[in-house]
Design a protein around this ligand. Structure first.
Ligand code: PMT
Length: 401
């Protein structure tokens, strides 16, 4: 399993909304992730875009009619429906929602929905009043009751100039929702995986902090990999510049002590904790209330006190505990010692002096050491793929797993 959607067939139904242009971006993102994308357009969608917009991206014929004898798909419109691993209607107008809710099949999109057994995602896009309308709301409820996954809409400014709930979600968010739906029933379904991420910050005064180079990328990638396998994923996150991943709960903290409190809450009832955060070992003994002035001195000594070891202090029953080790020397020896001192099932060691791995970059090169003494060296790979490898080793350790 990798970050790509290789081998996944996604039928993308495009209906007539000004937000159609986002469907082009979505198709492009899905193709970049190596999915096979079959696009189906309604007549109304053809008012906004041409089939060429999609065909040029997907390298596949676009279905625009139920009765096009030239098209392999439209002669037998169930082909797209049958080979789809997921059908996504993006954007979905009020009219198309109504049609789908009531089992109509008079255009390629609604016909595909009726013909498919694959999970269906619908991303509404319409004027706020149309979305609020009791008829539309009843249609949304009907679809939800039947297991259709409704993604959005978001609140914001719409084409009409009005502000309200009806905006199509952004393509990157839609990719997240597609991943969630594809992951339903995955091998970690029903599991709660907590991941810590980022570098904690210890305040010195209201302006200054003690921080480190962790970007949060490693932890966020593990949480996304867990989400994509059907787990309930939670990130306890120190400050980062990363966006919240779709479908992942993110609990924001600053200091090591705050992270500890959040982990206590989130690990209750969880199945595993993966501690990818770079936690400050020390905090300032007394945080100044006011900004410390330079005065005339050339030196400034700050008293530090030890932070508790967070992962060592978590004792939830049957929780699988995974640590990371950021080392600049004696990688294996130092990492091995931490398995025992922190009560871990295994530890993921990374050399933070490497330029192409470790802090802030997209890839990592790790060595996984376990309690039994095994040492596995993995090659350089994306942090998402490291997450997949970590979760593959967490899975057999899970209670009843
Ligand atoms: O965020 P990125 O930019 O993607 O970088 C990723 C990373 C390099 C930060 C990550 O891969 C990593 O190595 N994280 C662990 C960093 C760390 O704090 O290592 P450590 O060897 O100091 O600690 C060992 C383990 O104990 C870690 O799981 C740490 O989270 C945990 N710990 C440490 C101190 C403390 N007081 N409490 C803890 O729980």
């Amino acid at each position: 399993m990798t970050y790509s959607l290789e081998g996944k067939n996604i039928a993308l139904g495009v209906t007539g909304s000004i937000a159609c242009y986002k469907a082009v971006d979505l198709a492009s993102k899905l193709v970049q992730l190596q999915a096979n994308v079959d696009v189906l357009m309604t007549d109304a969608a053809l008012q906004f875009l041409t089939p060429l917009n999609f065909a040029a991206i997907t390298h596949r014929p676009v279905v625009t009619s139920m009765f096009d004898p030239e098209s392999e798909l439209s002669i037998n419109h169930v082909v797209a429906a049958e080979r789809a691993d997921l059908v996504a209607v993006v954007p979905a107008t009020a009219n198309s929602l109504a049609k789908i809710a009531h089992g109509r099949a008079d255009d390629p999109v609604s016909a595909t929905i009726l013909a498919t057994r694959a999970p269906v995602l619908v991303a509404p896009a319409m004027d706020a009043n149309m979305f609020d309308n009791t008829a539309t709301q009843a249609n949304v409820r009907l679809l939800e009751e039947r297991g259709v996954y409704i993604a959005g809409p978001a609140e914001g400014r719409m084409a009409s100039g009005l502000v309200g709930k009806g905006r199509l979600l952004e393509p990157s968010e839609l990719v997240g929702h597609i991943r969630i739906l594809l992951g339903h029933g995955g091998d970690l379904a029903g599991r709660k995986i907590v991941v810590s991420a980022g570098g904690t910050r210890e305040a010195i005064d209201p302006v200054r902090v003690i921080a480190n180079h962790s970007s949060g990328k490693m932890g966020y990638a593990i949480a996304e990999a867990a989400r994509d396998r059907g787990a309930e994923a939670v990130i306890v996150s120190a400050p980062t510049a990363l966006p919240n991943p779709t479908g992942v709960k993110v609990v924001k903290v600053n200091s090591a002590l705050e992270m500890g409190h959040a982990l206590d809450v989130e690990c209750t009832g969880a199945d595993a904790i993966v501690m990818a955060a770079a936690v400050a070992d020390w905090r300032v003994a007394e945080i100044a209330d006011q900004k410390v002035k330079k005065s005339g001195a050339n030196n400034w000594t700050i008293d530090l006190v030890k932070n508790p070891d967070l992962i060592a202090g978590i004792h939830a029953e049957k929780l699988v505990k995974v640590g990371f080790a950021a080392e600049s020397e004696d990688l294996i020896e130092n990492a091995r010692a931490k398995i025992q001192s922190k009560g871990l099932h295994f530890i993921v060691a990374n050399d933070i002096t490497a330029e192409d791995a470790g802090f802030a970059v997209d890839d990592n090169r790790v060595i996984i050491l376990d309690r039994e003494g095994s040492v596995e060296r993995l090659p350089l790979m994306s942090k998402y793929d490291v997450g997949v490898e970590v979760l593959d080793r967490v899975k057999p350790l899970l209670r009843g797993g």
